[in-house]
Design a binder for this molecule. Structure first.
Ligand code: ADE
Length: 326
């Protein structure tokens, strides 16, 4: 019952009925509508397959989740969150889109945008570090995707180069919304006027239950999550600062022998810039890796930062060809 698909995508099929009239029948897509062609990746609870829609010839990435395993390991909540957030996100060029969901006795299936060039982490490992131009290009697309998620009141909470995929045009596609947070929409204002919203700086602050508070990947976790067990939109911008640093240096700013030591470095803001780190990028990162989430740059501030000078934001961003990697 809890897997029941509500509002799932369907396809319309033209058929001839028993009286010879052409009728349109609505039918849900299922496993048999796709040809499975191999594995793209494996997670702890899922496998992602390359698959082709037999009717259209279009390629997708299909995430297959094992129901028994998910129930046994108590991960039903994460699967539900992933589906709900992807459905709420709809269509944005920088976010993996969910086209259909279906199930059989054994598995759940999420039909997703194919990102044929894999993880940004893989590309970074291949090139060791990116130059400023490449970092600007990928950084700008990641930021645009974050802005869209936040406009839909969704915090990703686990942004990192593994969760940034690249499509056939080398455009960014953010994935893995299993640990995202859907913020309840803000209460409607009673009297209007800009002065009666003193809580605005705390926009999106969300104190979670201790028991089920989520901690993302150690190296990208924000200090407020570690100290207050609360994540907010600015927590994604902390991770964004970590990613910019990593693209330029090849490693995340906070890294230690184990998670505990990594957390200690994060809450102590213990990190260093290597020699030769570009000064303008350093200024951006220093204004993102700020312990107090309310004092971090906003998305608007980041777009206007000198690091992104002359960047063509908006739809142009998604028409640009990638710079030569270096
Ligand atoms: N691995 C995980 N998700 C993927 C996707 N959407 N496209 C390609 N590879 C993936």
């Amino acid at each position: 019952e809890e897997w029941k698909d509500r509002g799932a995508a369907v396809m319309v099929r033209q058929e001839v009925d028993e009286n010879g009239n052409t009728v349109q029948r609505i039918q849900k897509k299922g496993v048999r509508d796709f040809q499975f062609k191999g594995t793209l990746g494996e997670g702890s609870y899922s496998t992602v397959h390359l698959a082709t829609d037999k009717q259209t010839g279009r390629d997708y990435a299909i995430k297959v989740l094992d129901k028994r395993h998910i129930i046994k390991e108590n991960k039903v909540k994460y699967v539900t969150i992933e589906k709900d957030t992807l459905n709420r996100l709809g269509t944005h060029p920088g976010i993996v889109r969910l086209y259909y969901t279906f199930q059989d006795e054994r598995s759940l299936y999420f039909v997703l945008d194919l990102a044929s060039n894999g993880e940004l982490l893989g590309l970074l490992k291949q090139y060791k570090t990116f130059n400023v131009e490449c970092t600007r290009y990928y950084g700008a697309q990641i930021l645009d995707a974050i802005e869209y998620m936040h406009s839909r009141n969704i915090i990703h909470r686990d942004l990192k180069p593994e969760n940034v995929l690249l499509d056939d045009k080398m455009h960014v596609k953010i994935t893995d919304f299993g640990t995202a947070k859907i913020l309840s929409p803000p209460a409607p204002r009673q009297n209007g006027g800009p002065s009666d919203n003193p809580g605005q700086m705390m926009d999106g602050m969300n104190v979670e239950d201790r028991a089920n508070s989520f901690v993302g990947t150690a190296e990208y976790v924000s200090p407020e999550l570690l100290v207050h067990k609360s994540a907010c939109k600015a927590s994604d911008l902390w991770a964004f600062g970590c990613i910019i640093y990593q693209l330029l240096t090849g490693r995340p700013p906070f890294k230690a022998a184990n998670e505990y030591l990594t957390f200690q470095k994060i809450v102590g803001l213990e990190y260093e810039f290597p020699r030769g780190f570009p000064p303008v990028a350093r200024d951006l990162v220093e204004r993102l890796l700020v312990l107090d989430p309310t004092k971090r740059l906003t998305i608007e501030n980041i777009r206007n930062h000198e690091f992104f000078a002359n960047m063509r934001w908006g739809t142009d961003l998604w028409r640009e060809a990638p710079p030569r990697l270096a």
